[in-house]
Design a protein around this ligand. Structure first.
Ligand SMILES: Cc1cc2nc3c(=O)[nH]c(=O)nc-3n(C[C@H](O)[C@H](O)[C@H](O)COP(=O)(O)O)c2cc1C
Length: 162
């Protein structure tokens, strides 16, 4: 029997732990929990975007191009654990960590000082700019500003990182 065509081959496996991987060349990567506020915001942007899986049994997402991350905040007491564990796992992959260029965070102002804390933590740990904060699924003005800001951000980066 002939060897299977490349397209029919099983998904690439991470050599270390054989976790299946999904590669993405999207310049926008986001996480959203079951409440899906962030997914709704990202959809309104109308850009190609990839979602970090909710469940560990799903294939791990691996970026192949520089990207901006959109992340909701899920804090415990004192802001602990503000970055969702799925996002920590995603950023623990060295390739994803190398390719992240900026973070946009979501939250709820009811959380006071911890509003959008996940973005502050990721910006600090990955040494990247915290580009924008929005509440829940964002307003039409948030959508407009983020789209405008992303266009400017990528133009600027393409001019400075040659
Ligand atoms: C258990 C829980 C903890 C949360 N903690 C924070 C927080 O510390 N800071 C914040 O700004 N928003 C917090 N939020 C609000 C979420 O970030 C917000 O609802 C967001 O839109 C959720 O996005 P998603 O539906 O895409 O997962 C919390 C929400 C829940 C349910």
């Amino acid at each position: 029997m002939a060897a299977p065509a490349l397209a029919d081959a099983p998904l690439a496996a991470d050599a270390a732990n054989t976790t299946p991987m999904t590669r993405t060349s999207s310049h926008l990567i986001y996480f959203s929990s079951a409440s899906e506020n962030t997914r709704r915001f990202v959809e309104k942007l109308g850009r190609d975007a990839a979602r970090i899986p909710l469940h560990q049994r799903e294939a791990e997402l691996v970026a192949s191009e520089p990207f901006v991350l959109v992340v909701p905040t899920y804090g415990g007491t004192g802001g602990e654990g503000s970055v969702p564990k799925q996002v920590i796992r995603f950023l623990n992959n060295p390739q994803n960590r190398t390719l992240i260029r900026g973070v946009i965070s979501a939250g709820n102002t009811n959380f006071g000082d911890n509003f959008c804390m996940a973005g502050d933590i990721i910006a600090f740990k990955c040494q990247i700019p915290h580009l924008y904060r929005f509440e829940l699924m964002g307003t039409p003005e948030d959508v407009r500003l983020v789209n405008q800001g992303l266009d400017k951000f990528w133009t600027l980066l393409s001019q400075t990182q040659k």
